[in-house]
Design a protein around this ligand. Structure first.
Ligand SMILES: O=C(O)CCC(=O)/C=C/C=C(\O)C(=O)O
Ligand SMILES: [Fe+2]
Length: 312
């Protein structure tokens, strides 16, 4: 077994809001380099830890974590439509292994996934079907959340499972870093919004367009005095990247959910996907990691980072 890890931010606003040609070129270049590394690694399996933004998962039944044996993209924003290539039996085996490791993971035989999963898969592989992929969705957007120490345990179980396979495995984490897009909260929501958050699957094209327009508009004022959303927090982001690069994963068990929301924004919890990814890699022993890129990009509502790692 050989493991490689890539964790990176996603943003539905890439290609929609313009942070300037220089920034676009920088991000394009780092993504192109990352994709070339993935191509050279030629993974036999990808495990992607990803969030959902009320496209596949709603409060009618909101699991802390779910593993999919079959999944289809909702093609929100500009992401690709269609099914992912999930090796069903292997995903089931992984689910059994995780449960046997005392981590209660939900199972879906028909999951809808959004840009939170598909954007990074597309950026890293060029398609949704190029390699076999097992998606594990970690609730990062719909409170209450499982504590961070549980995310580490989930990642460790996945890492122990992939260690039993004689395969080249790419582990992806997608989301974060600091940011707060206009994702509604159930607590205190008016009835219409609450109904959407509980059972808003398969919106009409008009409803989807209205949601997307709100996010685009938020990106145009994000970080300014006119914007009530928690701004990006560069110090928080760089400290988190350092922690990962230095292998201080045990400190993550003490992360406080409310403190992170206040300091860096409510959607910063998408870094749970990075935590799981690094815990999976670390389950196999010491690793070597590097920061490939970081920039705070208000127009994309993203403390935008890319980190890579591999086993020593
Ligand atoms: O579409 C909505 O209703 C809410 C907006 C939303 O889901 C935005 C998501 C943005 C990200 O994925 C992100 O910044 O991580
Ligand atoms: Fe997101």
């Amino acid at each position: 077994m050989t493991l490689k890890l890539k964790c990176l931010s996603h943003t539905p606003l890439r290609g929609l809001n313009d942070p300037g040609a220089e920034v676009v070129a920088e991000v394009d270049a780092v993504l192109a380099r990352s994709r070339a590394e993935v191509e050279a690694f030629d993974p036999e399996l990808i495990v992607i830890f990803a969030p959902d933004h009320y496209n596949g998962l709603f409060y009618d039944l909101m699991p802390p974590f779910v593993i999919a044996t079959a999944a289809e993209s909702v093609a929100d924003y500009r992401t690709l439509p269609g099914p992912l290539s999930i090796p069903r039996d292997l995903a089931l085996e992984m689910a059994r292994f995780i449960l046997d490791s005392d981590v209660d993971i939900a199972l879906s035989h028909r999951l809808q996934v959004d840009h939170g999963c598909t954007q990074t898969l597309e950026e890293m592989t060029g398609s949704l079907t190029r390699y076999p992929v097992i998606p594990i969705i970690i609730n990062s957007v719909a409170p209450p959340f499982a504590p961070y120490r549980r995310i580490r345990k989930l990642g460790e179980a996945v890492g122990r499972f992939v260690a039993t396979l004689n395969k080249r495995v790419l582990i992806l984490g997608t989301g974060g870093l600091s940011h707060e897009p206009p994702v509604p909260l159930l607590s205190g929501a008016p009835e219409e919004i609450a109904e959407f958050l509980i059972a808003g699957r398969n919106p009409t094209p008009e409803a989807r367009a209205a949601r997307q327009a709100r996010t685009i508009a938020a990106g145009q004022v994000y970080g300014s005095a006119d914007c009530p959303l928690t701004p990006l927090n560069v110090d928080w982001d760089l400290a988190f990247i350092d922690l990962l690069v230095q292998g201080r994963l045990d400190e993550i068990d003490d992360f406080r959910i409310e403190e992170i929301s206040r300091a860096a924004g409510r959607s910063t919890h998408e870094i749970r996907t990075w935590v799981a990814a690094f815990a999976a890699l670390a389950a196999g022993g010491a690793y070597r990691a590097r920061q490939d890129y970081y920039r705070a990009i208000n127009q994309w509502i993203a403390g935008y980072g890319v980190v890579s790692a591999e086993q020593r």
